[in-house]
Write a protein that binds this ligand. Structure first.
Ligand SMILES: [Zn+2]
Length: 487
């Protein structure tokens, strides 16, 4: 009998993320970059079709956007940067080369903080460079013939490539990194970050090595994952596959593999090219970029308060838990919604009530409808007026939920719904006193018990008043009146 000795492996993951920038025009020409609903090949011109003799012009908005992301990810922005040609042939690359950046990217040496199972970790950002997107190929069957259709609307759309250091050690960390990166892109308003639309695409490099080894294992690249959960799953599969190969004594070859969404496995695509295969050289049609200090300072001042800073401020200023603050800063829209509903009332008590309404009622209702926050009919100041009604004792918390339902469905004002439903809470003392007297007169036993020291009898009497007012009485006022009258 042989006993297999299981080697323990260390996992090394680096992610290369392509992010489309949501600019009005393309990277080097005036064509519209919003091609989502456009007819194929309708957003093209001689520049993005790579006609001879044309000259590219740099889109300054795209440069501003990439610098925004770089600053948000703690990158250095060197003064000098330049564009290079990356040469390769593929039908979706109409020029035969892509304008990209090789040795002098716009952003270098940054980091992004993630949190997995309560542990915080910084993932290094090696670089973020600016480039242009390619066209799109569609393989299909046309009149019984296998054909490939090509659409150049995407050709030349601004694209950033964000390369992480190989600091990621588990699929869960990769998922957290991508989630944070996407949150930041959306937060800055520079891209949609929608993976299913290809606006954010991730290639993962993963290798494994025996624990404690100083020599990295063979790097294998995985492509074609169209969601963050697919990246998580593909990495999990690939790590296990590499372990099994190595256990069986195989030698891994550097290669590119694709994620098969249906079979949920990675499949071999090709052996990996090195960068020398691309024959990079400086783009002769574009000047080098020199980024002036005052230009960078201007962009830095234009940055919004970033997610982590805002989360920490919510904890400090409003006394919210880390969990609540994380959820409320999950997107800039949510954080804005929260602070808008707070208005001038910035007390911790009010913040807690507002956070509860948003995180419980509002989120649950949105989820049930499959809607996003910006589609909600109820507006922040309307939620504020509902909370006012509860805090002033005009309606009970229970009725408030009913009112909220209606507000969520229709976007109508709280006060209007309260009036229509006849929900006002009875806190008028004279009116309540009459009911209290009646209940006391009808419940001699409970009254006697209470006077004999049986505190629980008070609840029976309160219940009587609530029943008589169909639950609309203000419980605090009722309790006080009963105590006064029975003492
Ligand atoms: Zn064009």
């Amino acid at each position: 009998m042989t006993v297999a000795t299981e080697t323990e492996y260390e996992v090394v993951i680096g992610l290369e993320t392509h992010i489309q920038l949501q600019t009005a025009s393309k990277m080097f020409c005036g064509c519209s970059a919003d091609y989502a609903n456009a007819a194929p090949n309708s957003h093209v011109c001689p520049v993005c079709l790579g006609m001879p003799g044309v000259l590219p012009v740099i889109n300054s908005k795209a440069i501003e956007y990439i610098i925004k992301l770089g600053l948000a990810l703690h990158c250095e922005i060197p003064e000098y940067s330049k564009f290079d040609r990356k040469n390769y042939f593929y039908p979706d690359l109409v020029k035969g080369y892509q304008i990209s950046q090789f040795d002098l990217p716009i952003c270098i040496n940054g980091w992004l903080e993630i949190e997995v199972e309560g542990r915080r970790k910084r993932i290094g950002i090696t670089r973020i460079h600016q480039e242009e997107d390619t066209g799109k190929l569609t393989h299909t069957n046309l009149n019984g013939e296998e054909v490939t259709l090509v659409d150049y609307n995407r050709s030349g759309v601004p694209l950033m490539e964000c390369v992480s250091e190989p600091d990621i050690s588990t699929p869960a960390e990769a998922r957290a990194y991508l989630t944070k990166l996407r949150q930041m892109v959306r937060w800055l308003g520079i891209g949609t970050g929608n993976m299913d639309e290809g606006a954010l695409r991730c290639d993962a490099n993963v290798s494994i090595m025996p624990k404690g080894s100083k020599v990295f294992g063979t790097k294998i690249e995985i492509k074609n994952m169209n969601s963050i959960s697919a990246v998580h799953e593909a990495l999990g599969f690939e790590i296990k596959r590499q372990e099994e190969e190595l256990q069986a004594g195989a030698v891994l070859k550097q290669q590119t593999r694709g994620w098969d969404e249906e079979k949920r496995v990675t499949v071999f695509q090709r052996l990996k090219e090195g960068s020398s295969d691309y024959r990079y050289f400086p783009e002769p049609d574009l000047p080098p970029l020199q980024l002036q200090a005052d230009y960078l300072a201007q962009i830095r001042t234009s940055l919004p308060e970033l997610p982590e800073a805002r989360r920490d401020r919510f904890i400090q200023e409003y006394d919210l838990s880390l969990y609540e603050a994380e959820l409320l800063t999950g997107s800039r829209a949510t954080a804005d919604w929260f602070e808008e509903s707070l208005g001038e009332e910035k007390t911790p008590q009010r913040a807690r009530a507002t956070a509860n309404w948003i995180l419980n009622e509002l989120f649950a209702h949105l989820k049930e409808k499959g809607a996003e926050l910006d589609e909600a009919k109820i507006q922040p100041r309307q939620l504020a007026s509902l909370i006012d009604l509860v805090q002033k004792g005009t309606i009970t918390p229970k009725s408030a939920k009913e009112v909220f339902e209606e507000m969520f469905a229709t976007g109508r004002e709280a006060a209007e719904i309260v009036k229509e439903k006849g929900l006002p809470q009875l806190s008028d003392e004279a009116a309540l006193a009459t009911v209290v007297d009646k209940v006391i007169a009808e419940s001699p036993k409970a009254v006697a018990d209470f006077r004999a020291g049986k505190e629980a009898s008070l609840n029976f009497l309160i219940g009587g008043v609530m029943k008589a007012t169909r639950g609309t009485a203000n419980k605090d006022v009722v309790t006080r009146l009963l105590r006064e009258k029975l003492s």
